[in-house]
Design a protein around this ligand. Structure first.
Ligand SMILES: [Zn+2]
Length: 110
């Protein structure tokens, strides 16, 4: 404090009250803060602090809803089952038993 200067940081200002900035935490008078778009009370630009930010313009842009419907639809048809005769009963007599014994390929016993 040079020359007896007193800095009165908590000086009374009639009709004003103290507000803590939601961004920097500094104490400000009520006329030195502004309300932001997201309901914060921050230092006004006139105080020299950079706490106040305008809302970004891209926050207000809404994309057009996309139409994802298809031109036409159909129900899936019912399943059709085919009976298959695995054993041919109309052509002679088919051997369905596994023959016993040893099998060889290339002259080697399996
Ligand atoms: Zn601030």
């Amino acid at each position: 404090m040079e020359n007896g200067t007193i800095i009165m940081t908590n000086a009374l200002r009639l009709g004003k009250w103290r507000v803590v900035c939601d961004r920097c935490g500094f104490k400000r008078y009520s006329d030195e803060v502004v309300k932001t778009w997201d309901n914060f009370y921050v230092c006004a630009p006139s105080t020299g602090k950079t706490c106040f930010e305008t809302r970004h313009p891209l926050d207000l842009i809404r994309a057009k809803p996309e139409d994802v419907s298809v031109p036409y639809t159909r129900r899936e048809p019912a399943d059709t089952f085919v009976t298959v005769a695995y054993v041919a009963s109309t052509v002679g007599i088919q051997e369905t038993t596994i023959p016993a014994g040893n099998f060889t390929t290339n002259n080697e016993t399996i």
